[in-house]
Design a protein around this ligand. Structure first.
Ligand code: GP9
Ligand code: MN
Length: 650
């Protein structure tokens, strides 16, 4: 006699529901995943079930009942082990496991020595669903299995793929370009789920590994020759060693663009402090300085500064190649006795900084947990810049001198939120909320930097330091061009203007120097490493890099932008056309006008002139393309593995 009615719900569905629910509970209450809006909450709720169903529905392909049960048992168990392993890792690193980290000696030793403190008795609860499934699969083997016809199996698979596509669609809506840019492992996990995140990680890792495996260092001599011939130039003698033994305090000014400098909204200067700082006798201010970032935003700007290499055209190099060998600025100045640190009140794993900073040989990283982040002191992305600076002073004081410290600001970040009490200038008035709100947040940053200067003076650090302030990348994209045209009092934003908007301010402030001035040479973020090395009196030796000393009169005459456009002393090349940099006119239009107005020999002359200008523009383009591709192959092939820079100190 049968004592139980045959249940209607098959085991693979029960197991998927249990696993989904358990994973959701783990995300919400154990992993501490931050949720900023209801869309994120919804995605976080959906994705565990989508993944669980995808994994467990594969079980229906086993016809034999015992095999089907076995698959479901082991799949549930393995999924639980994976969550638990991530949890143990998370307790140590506040991050999710990646393949390279798994094989990285130091991480695993850290984990090994503390493993007992990282495992908690209640972790066993993470296996409750696996135990239930195990029990059910043994006890009700026959009644809980399913035997679908082929169409049913395909149907189950198709259904799970549709769910997955839906999940990815929502994720892409919530975080555009999530898959190409990566951003943060926490973002990936909360948007596509832990299991899919691991698949993503494996795919990225294998892709990189295969490119790495095929590289053998043969390319290096060619690159070195190119650099010797085309990139290397004399450094400024006057500035050589000027900052020797001094600290470098480097401010990464979030989204600060050049166009706000010396501009006004309703009769008020937007950046009164920075405007005055640019005029200071101790400040070298660069007003034709371009950002050269790609999709990796802030992290790309950091990459340019630390390595004088270009970031990648796709994805964030911090994320995709965070485990490469680099010959970074922090590493090179170590021999001159410098310690290095980064201060940034955000999640340490954002842009994979925690891993990348190890590869860049940065000694200390003060992340969010080094700061007291209260709700009153936070807005938008986190701790406001003013309390950030204030709380950073003791951290700077704790560093062994001389130090190189990079401080990454946060308040002036899209979507430019600010509490009312912090707004000291009117918003701009246009059809773009983004540009409108940008003005008061830029002003807030300006005030924060002013306060920081006072704090540095008070602490005594000021006299022994040089202060570099650099805008990291644009804050206002081309989507806001109509509003931007209004701001700049122009009819429209042309492609030429668009490139000019890629200018960001750069200040090099040397207390007591007295020779400060505005420098209008065409320069870019790639130039900072050679510049700072020269200022510290550190020889760049056999370094492989693509920038030049900002203070030198002897420089290559162009700055390459990451999309292949460039700016030279004479030209702005964008969207396939070459413009005169001074006037913004298309060079062939200028020539056409000239040819039309001239006759006979003069017209021929003008024609020739055009040809030579065009070929000058093309010649630069060729160099730009070569440089970008050499830099890419260094990164893709992890080529610095094969180079002996002669000063390795690991
Ligand atoms: C986040 C901060 C801002 O840590 O660097 O990131 P962004 O979006 O500008 O790269
Ligand atoms: Mn940024």
């Amino acid at each position: 006699m049968k004592r139980f009615k045959k249940p209607k719900i098959p085991l693979y569905i029960i197991a998927a529901l249990l696993l989904g629910l358990k994973t959701y509970i783990a995300y919400r209450f154990i992993f501490n995943v931050e949720l900023d809006n209801s869309m994120q909450e919804l995605i976080l709720f959906i994705n565990p079930f989508v993944s669980a169903f995808l994994i467990l529905a594969l079980g229906v392909w086993f016809n034999k009942t015992s095999r089907q049960m076995k698959y479901i048992r082991y799949a549930t168990l393995l999924a639980s082990v994976l969550i638990w392993a991530n949890l143990v890792f998370y307790r140590q690193f506040t991050d999710f496991i990646t393949i390279p980290q798994l094989f990285m000696g130091s991480n695993m030793t850290d984990l090994g020595s503390s493993i007992l403190t990282l495992i908690k008795p209640w972790d066993l609860l993470l296996f409750v669903d696996a135990a239930i499934v195990w029990y059910l699969s043994k006890k009700y083997e026959g009644s809980l299995s399913v035997q679908y016809p082929r169409s049913g199996k395909v149907g189950a698979l198709a259904f799970s793929l549709v769910l997955l596509a839906g999940n990815f669609f929502l994720a892409e809506m919530e975080r555009p370009q999530l898959f190409t840019r990566g951003f943060d492992r926490e973002y990936l996990v909360k948007n596509i789920g832990l299991f899919n995140y691991h698949v993503y990680d494996i795919v990225i890792h294998s892709k990189n590994e295969s490119q790495r495996v095929f590289a053998d260092g043969n390319e290096i001599p060619e690159i070195q020759d190119y650099i010797k011939e085309n990139v290397e130039h004399e450094t400024s003698e006057k500035m050589n060693g000027i900052a020797k033994g001094k600290n470098i305090i480097f401010l990464n000014a979030e989204s600060l663009q050049h166009f706000v400098m010396n501009s006004e909204v309703n009769g008020e200067e937007v950046t009164p402090f920075l405007n005055q700082l640019a005029q200071d006798e101790d400040t070298y201010y660069f007003d034709n300085f371009y950002e050269q970032t790609g999709q990796g935003n802030t992290s790309d700007s950091e990459f340019l500064v630390e390595n004088s290499l270009y970031p990648l055209s796709r994805g964030a190099v911090f994320f995709t190649h965070g485990n490469n060998e680099y010959h970074s600025f922090p590493e090179m100045i170590k021999e001159a006795g410098y310690t290095s640190a980064v201060l940034h009140a955000n999640n340490k794993s954002f842009w994979n900084r925690d891993a990348m900073y190890d590869s860049l040989n940065i000694d200390e990283f003060f992340g969010e947990e080094s700061y007291d982040v209260t709700p009153e002191d936070s807005v938008g992305w986190g701790l406001k810049d003013k309390p950030f600076f204030e709380q950073s002073i003791p951290l700077l004081e704790s560093l062994e001198e001389p130090f190189y410290s990079k401080m990454i600001l946060l308040t002036n970040h899209f979507p430019f939120e600010l509490d009312e009490e912090d707004a000291t200038i009117d918003k701009f008035d246009s059809n773009s909320n983004t540009l409108n709100s940008y003005i008061p947040t830029v002003r807030y940053m300006d005030e924060a930097i002013e306060e920081f200067f006072a704090e540095l003076k008070e602490s005594g650090l000021y006299e022994d330091s040089i202060i570099v302030i650099m805008g990291d990348h644009i804050g206002i994209s081309a989507n806001h061009n109509k509003a931007m045209a209004k701001y700049l009092d122009k009819e429209e934003i042309t492609p030429y203007d668009q490139v000019q908007l890629q200018r960001v301010p750069l200040f090099i402030h040397i207390p007591g120097d007295g020779n400060g001035k505005t420098i209008d040479t065409v320069t870019g973020q790639i130039d900072l490493k050679p510049t700072m090395l020269n200022m510290l009196g550190v020889d760049s030796g056999e370094d492989i890099y693509f920038g030049n000393d900002l203070f030198s009169d002897d420089r290559k005459v162009y700055v390459a932008l990451r999309n292949g456009d460039f700016v030279s002393e004479d030209f702005v090349k964008t969207a396939g056309s070459c413009y005169d940099r001074e006037t913004g006119e298309l060079i062939d239009e200028v020539a056409e006008e000239e040819t039309d107005s001239e006759t006979g020999e003069d017209a021929e002359e003008a024609e020739k002139e055009l040809e030579s200008v065009e070929s000058a523009c093309d010649a630069i383009q060729e160099k730009v393309d070569t440089e970008l591709s050499y830099s890419d192959s260094i990164i893709y092939g992890d080529l610095f593995r094969f180079v002996d820079f002669g000063d390795e100190e690991k």
